[in-house]
Design a protein around this ligand. Structure first.
Ligand code: PMP
Length: 461
């Protein structure tokens, strides 16, 4: 088989895949039993599999294909850059035009004084950088003991050791000695599941104040930073109550700890603004970016750093940190073209003024489904809470089973909707049309009906 061989029969592709390919976040035995789904091409919001089925991608890949599939401008830019300068690094006081242009552009679109960028190949790597940056920053300021980072349970920050330690995914921590030292977690602001009898506003404050309690418990002089996603994505599109972020901001300021906003999902238009930071009017010291930075067309991530923080690092001499693919010229050129499209085609403005209000209204109607306890959405990222009993916000006995059944129904019906436990989540390409939104909602409703029938049959109700 050669890389050009796109026409191998599905069975053969599956057999070779099963023989040689270790998949991320997959149950291999289950996958082999039924064969991996083989995606061969895509256009707009539509995927096509090796059997010719068209599937509406309600997840934009992994929350990343913001401008949609099939934009040949990005392929053209990549081809030109590969011919001119396919690779060079920015170590040892070197640079190249795509890195310069992308950095200047990011400084322009990032809010306030977030004017300096350190590049990585992914969101995970960028968060590794952030751990190093935050600790090095305090060390240079004469506080080497300020190195603990506070993060949140059920947050997601990546799969490398440091990033997965920042994340609060119990299933990941159980596999391989995480969290690494000096990373601690507070509870998430997930009102529907954990709010009990409190109002969302009271609960938002209570969860934010856990940060202050943790700082008091460990000592302000030990804490380097707090990291969080403006809206938790992989944890299940958890939109914090309105009281949460202002209180977190106050606490970070008063206690002199850096605030790191992980914008890997929220960034580049997902909320109808450039960043989640704009959506919530935050002022973080560092923003993690990846995914929508290139709409997933090239692997690239980075840390956008506040001028004053970057200045301390720069005044400290050499920062002993970097990746071979930091500011990769092809990835940088493609990211720049992606941002050009987002800007010139007013993609984010359209999300804010048209698509998000339209989808949100339709999405809210799914709360009428007998199995849906809550239908929430911010910008173009949303979740449905599946429940056997709406009034009490009850959970199913076997967590995740009904979510999985419903997700399988979605796939069979030609819709990619992901499940996180018993939450169903979507995050479609930002270019989704109103007709495609209507189709998404139709398919979601049908899949919920079928998922509920399966759940009944399995005795989950
Ligand atoms: N941070 C957040 C908020 C993410 O959602 C992700 C990926 N889902 C990451 C970091 C890690 O990014 P990557 O997979 O590119 O390493």
């Amino acid at each position: 088989m050669t890389p050009r061989d796109n026409h191998m029969p599905t069975d053969e592709l599956r057999a070779l895949d099963a023989a040689h390919h270790i998949h991320p976040f997959s149950d291999t035995a289950q996958m082999r039993a039924r064969g991996a789904r083989v995606i061969t091409q895509a256009e707009g919001v539509w995927l096509t599999d090796s059997e010719g089925n068209r599937i509406l991608d309600g997840m934009a890949g992994l929350w990343c294909v913001n401008i949609g599939y099939g934009r040949t401008e990005l392929a053209d830019v990549a081809a030109r850059q590969m011919a001119q300068l396919p690779y060079y690094n920015t170590f040892f006081m070197t640079t190249h035009p795509p890195a310069v242009a992308l950095s200047a552009k990011l400084a322009q679109i990032a809010p306030g004084d977030k004017n300096r960028v350190f590049y990585a190949g992914s969101g995970s790597e960028a968060n590794e950088t952030n751990i190093r940056l935050a600790r090095h920053y305090w060390h240079l300021l004469g506080h080497p003991e300020k190195k603990t980072i506070i993060a949140r349970k059920n947050g997601y920050h990546g799969s490398t050791m440091g990033a997965a330690s920042l994340g609060g995914m119990a299933g990941m921590h159980a596999q391989g000695g995480m969290p690494i030292p000096d990373i601690v977690h507070i509870d998430q602001p997930h009102w529907w599941a954990e709010g009990g009898g409190m109002s969302p506003e009271e609960f938002g404050l209570a969860r934010a104040r856990q940060l202050e309690e943790m700082i008091d418990q460990l000592g302000e002089d030990k804490i380097a930073a707090f990291i969080a996603e403006p809206i938790q994505g992989a944890g299940g599109v958890i939109i914090p109550p309105e009281t949460y972020w202002p209180e977190i901001t106050r606490i970070c300021r008063e206690h002199h700890i850096l605030l790191i906003a992980d914008e890997v999902i929220c960034g580049f238009g997902r909320t109808g603004h450039w960043f989640g930071t704009d959506y919530y009017d935050l002022d973080p010291d560092i923003m993690t970016i990846a995914k929508g930075l290139s709409s997933g067309y090239q692997p690239i991530g980075g840390s956008i750093v506040r001028e004053s923080v970057a200045q301390v690092i720069e005044d400290g001499g050499e920062f002993n940190h970097g990746y071979t693919y930091s500011s990769h010229p092809v990835a940088a050129a493609v990211a720049l073209e992606n941002i050009r499209i987002l800007e010139e085609e007013k993609v984010i403005d359209r999300v804010r003024s048209e698509t998000a209000p339209y989808l949100q209204q339709k999405w809210a109607s799914l709360a009428d489904h007998p199995m849906v306890g809550e239908a929430r959405m911010a910008g173009l990222m949303g979740a449905l809470e599946l429940t056997p009993e709406k009034a009490s916000r009850a959970k199913f006995a076997e967590e995740g089973a009904v979510g999985l059944m419903t997700r399988e129904r979605c796939f069979a019906n030609g819709l990619v909707m992901r499940h996180v436990g018993d939450k169903m989540i979507i995050s479609p390409p930002l270019v989704i049309s109103k007709e495609e939104v209507d189709r998404l909602i139709e398919l979601a409703w049908q899949s919920l009906d079928e998922g509920m029938a399966d759940a009944r049959e399995a005795g989950a109700f």
